[in-house]
Design a protein around this ligand. Sequence first.
Ligand code: 9D3
Length: 251
Amino acid sequence: MSATRLELDVLTLFPAMFSAISDYGVSGRALDRGLASLQVWNLRDFTTDNYRTVDDRPYGGGPGMVMLAEPVALAVQAARERQKLAGVSAPHVVYLAPHGRRLDHAMVMALLSRQGLVLLAGRYEGVDQRVLDSEVDETVSIGDYVLSGGELPVMVLVDALLRQLPGALGDSQSAAEDSFVDGLLDYPHYTRPEVWRGQPVPAVLTGGDHARIRQWRHRQSLLRTAALRPDLLAARGTSDEELKLLVKEDS
Ligand code: 9D3
């Protein structure tokens, strides 16, 4: 038994945007290493008229345009067929839209437990509801602000997924040590020089006592979370050991 690679299909009107995740950094490396496979489909290639039309005016009137159901349905079908050839019989279909459930770390991990994902990025005012009703399993938002389309949200989600795959991060990093995994914000970081414009690095970090360093960082994470995100701290609670750490001034 070995972990099988994550199969990802993206449906978009702007496939070129996805070089931002396939060609750079941790996400690009994860794909190069074959930890996941990413197929990007151009919805315009699934149009059925000579003008390659992908949108039309909304029934009932109102501003903007709506993406046609048929090209989306044909693209979802193509993605399902590719996933089947890759060994995924029933991929989870996710639509990125402002009305979706807000993405968080728990949702990333839940989506990661799927063998395959089909990710639909909308443009204009959205996609004809009928194809969403018949093809989409889950609708996801990345936060309460208005973007120009679903491509950046798809890339945010794919980046968050790929960095969790075993082998995606370098030896010195670990997804398990990421902020949010234990419900706390990250501690502050320092690098050379040891004194910069009169400001020294906290002495504990240059002292070589690794148990003390670990305690100091844990305390800094607790203090930062309490100050900046009390909601996160309330949600996870605080252990007796952590309360002791907080009052202990010299750690
Ligand atoms: C006035 C109604 N608008 C909804 C807030 C229309 C609308 C605006 C922007 C419909 C789609 C979009 C494009 N946004 C996305 O596709 C999107 C998105 C976002 O804008 N914010 C946070 N998460 C997401 S996921 C997809």
